[in-house]
Design a protein around this ligand. Structure first.
Ligand code: COI
Length: 335
């Protein structure tokens, strides 16, 4: 069998070697480029494709893969918002993803964003860099005793719920499908509005369904407590950035920890000479604030996660190619 991989980074290469050592019968090749109409040709002659990218997968590129006889795609990540499932159905693709490469990676990063905001780390860093080692007035807050609102309690949200519970927070959660493993925590409320109204700290852990674009808009923010801290390590499109900035301006929002942003592809994973070369005005606005922490979509980025992303995607792609049931098939029958 022959598998072609797109978007391979240096840090993934060792895991590719490890995987092929245990699957010497499989020939793999890869590129650091993403899958698009210019690079689809590279997969010609291969049986399956493994990929990971934040850019949308164009129908034209998928059509090219289809024309080369490729019908099995495995993504190395969890989010599927880059695909139009109709395209996959029309072109007869089967798809797998890696939904549990490391929920802890993202949950721990989420927790660190909360802690860094509550303990005012950006302000202490600034003071420290100016040889100011004083405490006052940079007094912090504790997670213990706060109400943490969690939207989405799948693999990641449920780990966040357990961490917050263990830290002494009151957890309130909303999910259209409550997680039975969390029932003993008694955390569920009946509506998103209840979470918005009760949370001192709100954290988002849902995929970006079309109906959830701008779930957090001006209307939602108006329902929140004054001074709420918002964390988003899920998808940038869940938050209306204009509304977030307005909420920060008015003081309604006390802080934001953002691992994802709307339009993040224009900035994240790129190296600029200086901030002057970054054109995105919303990014510049957000990054200028002491009560906003931005990380460039790195919540997932741990050795455990990357190992599992490579291993699970390749193993599932091979399973599909051999006509076996993959571990993580994606149901593309509905949008
Ligand atoms: C995901 O797994 O969906 C992520 O957001 C991580 C990123 C590497 C795409």
């Amino acid at each position: 069998m022959k598998i072609f991989l797109y978007g391979i980074r240096e840090d993934e290469k060792g895991y590719l070697t490890e995987w092929t050592d245990v699957h010497p019968e499989v020939k793999i090749a890869y590129t650091d480029q993403f899958l698009n109409t210019e690079t689809a040709e590279l997969a010609k002659g291969y049986d399956g494709v493994v990929t990971l990218q934040m850019q949308a997968y164009s129908r034209e590129a998928l059509q090219q893969l289809h024309d080369f006889g490729i019908s099995k795609i495995s993504v190395r990540n969890v989010g599927l918002d880059g695909f139009d499932f109709q395209d996959l159905r029309d072109l007869g693709f089967s798809l797998t993803n890696v939904p549990v490469y490391s929920p802890n990676a993202i949950a721990e990063h989420t927790t660190s964003l909360m802690l860094r905001l509550l303990r005012r780390v950006p302000e202490f860093d600034k003071k420290f860099n100016n040889a100011d080692y004083s405490w006052f007035p940079t007094i912090g807050e504790e997670i213990n005793g706060k109400t943490v609102g969690i939207v989405g309690t799948g693999h990641i949200g449920s780990v966040v719920a357990r961490i917050m519970h263990a830290m002494g927070a009151k957890v309130v959660a909303y999910d259209i499908k409550p997680n039975p493993y969390l029932e003993n925590l008694g955390i569920y409320v009946d509506s998103l509005d209840e979470v918005l109204q009760q949370a001192d700290i709100l954290t988002l852990h849902t995929p970006l369904a079309k109906s959830d674009i701008h779930m957090i808009d001006a209307n939602a923010i108006a329902k929140m407590k004054d001074g709420v801290v918002i964390i988003n390590a899920a998808r940038g499109g869940l938050i209306d950035t204009e509304a977030l900035i307005a909420g920060l301006d008015s003081g309604k929002i006390g802080g934001a920890g953002l691992d994802v942003l709307e339009g993040e592809n224009a900035v994240f994973q790129k190296k600029f000479k200086s901030l002057d070369n970054v054109k995105d005005p919303q990014f510049k606005n957000l990054i200028s604030r002491d009560n906003v922490i931005i990380t460039p979509h790195t919540a997932f980025y741990t050795t455990t996660a990357v190992h599992n992303m490579v291993f699970d995607s390749l193993t599932d792609n091979l399973a599909m190619l051999e006509g076996k049931e993959p571990k993580y098939p994606v149901d593309i029958s509905e949008d």
